[in-house]
Design a protein around this ligand. Sequence first.
Ligand SMILES: *Cc1c(COP(=O)(O)O)cnc(C)c1O
Length: 396
Amino acid sequence: MRLKSLAKNTQNNQPIPFARPDIGRQEIDKVVECMESGWLTSGPMVREFEKNFSEYLGGDVEAVSVNSATSGLLLAMEALGVGSGDEVITSPYTFSSTAMSILHLGATPVLADIDAASMNIDPDQIEAAITDKTKAIIPVHFAGLACDMQRIIEIARKHNLFIVEDAAHALPASYNDDLIGTLDTDATIYSFYATKTITTGEGGMIVTKNKAIAERCRIMRLHGISTDVFDRYTSTKPKWHYDIVAPGYKCNMTDMAAAIGLAQLTKADAFQKTRQRIKIAYDEVFSELPVILPKNSQDGDMHAWHLYVIRLADDAPISRDEFIARMSSEYSIGCSVHFIPINFHSFWQEKLAVTQESYPIAAKAFRNAVSLPLHTKLSESDIARITTAVTEILSK
Ligand SMILES: *Cc1c(COP(=O)(O)O)cnc(C)c1O
């Protein structure tokens, strides 16, 4: 007879959400300070957040804040001249916006399958997808694990392609001892969506060493106005004066969002350490189970551990869908799936003439993948409940 599990639903078992932002007094005080200052949209706090973000990455980069990573990807590629007739190679194993930002510029996303172990884009598949029209590559550092950037940079140099890194999961992560954001690429894009490693509610950051790209992004994020609104208060021209110099967008960050970001950024390293500690606790228990554990970063490098994605082994006793359903119904633990591949969505299937089976490694990864909660608000007892639940469900 099976004993009734302590991890199972009882009245004192509060639901464990899949993700939860870690907002404290510091964030709240900073937002109040912003609201009391009377300046709500892009202003001094946005400036300070950009300066601190650049310094966090070592100071040798320009940081341009935006209202989302999606906007950041679009602006960075626009600044690089990506447009109609161009192809941009990216991973099928990402959120739709990576590919959508390419499409919105009039260019065509070309997908290249992933490597089974890392779940990151496979450099051999990038090479196979290059045509005369290829203009750029967007590697996605899935879950916070850096892509094989040495090979990707070599391929880009050989074929004269731009690289825009989708680093939505990768704050902070490193590759060959260098922080992501400081590599020899054209731009790196971060997300501060509510579930990401640090948050501003909604927000993103474009990081680049190229001053011309940064300048173009600054103009295009705010209507194509030559100088931003805050500048107008320090300019010698009359305050009402501005000039539209390009067909810009509207995707600047607010000072209220930057206020949250200023406080969150000071905690980014501590957050990473906490997630890594939870990851180690998970690995220890799950290594005995019929699952593929997430791949570690190479020795000496930092994995951001934004996500902890296990894949159920082929001999696991139940299906992925059933696993997630039981985690929820029997244990009140929220799980998720990262990602439903680009080529599994109806819009993309039609647009790119692809099917679920076009990228077999991504398809297999998706069918077995489960993202477990991995956030800094998990208590020791939450972690114990999660490891017990996974063990009970997967033990035959
Ligand atoms: C979250 C995410 C994005 C989009 O970020 P937003 O800030 O919500 O626009 C892009 N790429 C990946 C891989 C993501 O996970």
